[in-house]
Every structure is written in structure tokens, then in C-alpha cells.
Write a protein that binds this ligand. Structure first.
Ligand code: 5RP
Length: 236
């Protein structure tokens, strides 16, 4: 499955491989999105095929759903599962309190719903995602297409009123067109450099009309499994 991996892919793979040890027979598992989560889905597929592991997976994107089916994982919807035993997902940043920035892959809305509906959320990440303070990675927020420029202006005003330092807000593009999420929405990326009060920012952002959800995951993640390029794994 792995062949010759670059150090970054090795770090992602070993984190994913360790995290699937938490998965037990009969579990309903939330399946995250992104390159690290894809390793986890492939590892689970191998366990289903070779060890007879019986799980049902709830994917957090159409991409992950396609991969899960391809590797032989039974896919169900969140409405069928209602509640999940465990979600395993990647992250763009995590801090010492295990708070996260997610959404680099544009799947933050389904990811947050699925993680919140889980008894446990395990994040898998290469060590480069570890930060002292969240915010160097642009914070994605999902906005509805209707009046998105007004929503953007409202978000910018809100950032000024909160005295947030970096305030550059950009519409995520896919070539010449705006990026469209699985829910048919757009993504605004907030280039903030440093997020002083992530909990407050998350709450205030979600009050702006047109904002569906933001990529700050506060008090949702339980464990971070960190992979290194030399194959070491640590748990936070
Ligand atoms: C997708 C996400 C991903 O988990 C995040 O972007 C990390 O991706 P990768 O594992 O490819 O670095 O939040 O919306």
C-alpha cells in the first residue's frame, strides 16, 4: 500500500496506521477528509478485507465516500448512524489544548457535524501541523453563495471590531470559478496570522448572517496522533 514514501507522507501514514488501532468490530466510524484521512481509510479498508473487521463508515465528503467504497468499507449516512463511536480526521493546525483549524480541503461543515456526533474524535497529523497559537493557516469559513460579498464585508467589519490583527479575507477559488463545497456553498479564507481568542472568534463568526460554519474546532478533539517523517508516532 505504501511503496517508497516521502517523509511527509510517511508521517501521515504512520499516524493513520496508529489511529486505526482504536477501531473495534461493530463500530460506527466517522471518516475524515484530506490526504492524511485518506491513509486512514485505506488502512481500515485493509483491515476489513484482510482481518474481517466489521464497521460502518460515515464519510465527511463525496471524495471520502468514493474512497471508502473503493476499499470495501460499508458506507452509511449520518442519519442512518445517528451517533458514532469514533471519528478519525486530519487537521490543518492543532494547538496544545487540542483545538484545531480544519477545512483546508473544504469539508469543514460535514467534518464538524460528524465529529460532534461522535463519542470520540481522534486527529491524525504530521508534526508540521502542531502550533503554539492557531492562525498561521488561513481560517476557512463556509458561506452560502447568496450575497457572499456582503457576508465577506460583514466578516471584515466584525474582525475590525474585535481588533483582530490580520484581516485579509479571500474567496477560495477553483481555477477561474469560486470553490463549491459538497453542500453547494463557498469558502472564505481568513488570513489572520494569529488567533488570540479562538473560542470567542468561533462564536462571533457563526453569528454573521450567511456564515454556515467556521473551521475552528474547539473542545471537539480528544486525542491527536502525531506522525514524524522518520516513522515515530506520539500521542497528545
Ligand atoms: C479537510 C480538512 C483536512 O483534514 C485538513 O485540510 C488536513 O488535510 P491533509 O491531511 O491533506 O493535510 O480539514 O477539510
Amino acid at each position: 500500500m505504501t511503496g517508497e514514501l516521502s517523509p511527509i507522507d510517511k508521517a501521515k501514514f504512520v499516524a493513520a496506521k496508529r489511529a486505526v488501532d482504536f477501531v473495534e468490530d461493530g463500530m460506527r466510524v466517522g471518516l475524515g477528509t484530506g490526504s492524511t484521512a485518506a491513509w486512514m481509510v485505506r488502512c481500515l479498508g485493509e483491515m476489513v478485507r484482510d482481518d474481517g473487521l466489521k464497521i460502518r463508515g460515515v464519510p465527511t465528503s463525496t471524495r471520502t465516500a468514493a474512497l471508502a467504497r473503493e476499499v470495501g468499507i460499508e458506507v452509511i449516512s449520518l442519519d442512518e448512524a445517528r451517533w458514532l463511536d469514533l471519528t478519525i480526521d486530519g487537521a490543518d493546525e492543532f494547538d496544545g489544548d487540542l483545538n484545531l483549524i480544519k477545512g483546508g480541503g473544504g469539508a469543514l461543515l460535514q467534518e464538524k457535524i460528524v465529529a460532534t456526533a461522535s463519542d470520540q474524535m481522534i486527529v491524525i497529523a504530521d508534526v508540521g501541523k502542531e502550533v503554539e497559537t492557531l492562525g498561521a493557516f488561513p481560517l476557512p469559513i463556509e458561506v452560502i453563495p447568496f450575497g457572499w460579498q456582503t457576508t465577506k464585508a460583514l466578516v471584515e467589519e466584525m474582525l475590525i471590531s474585535m481588533d483582530v490583527l490580520g484581516r485579509n479575507v479571500t474567496l477560495r477559488m477553483n481555477g477561474d470559478a469560486p470553490f463549491v463545497t459538497d453542500e453547494g456553498n463557498h469558502i472564505l479564507d481568513l488570513h489572520l496570522n494569529r488567533i488570540g481568542n479562538a473560542r470567542q472568534l468561533s462564536m462571533v463568526l457563526n453569528q454573521v448572517p450567511g456564515v454556515v460554519e467556521n473551521g475552528l474546532f474547539i473542545d471537539i478533539c480528544d486525542v491527536v496522533v502525531v506522525g514524524y517523517g522518520d516513522g515515530r508516532v506520539e500521542t497528545r
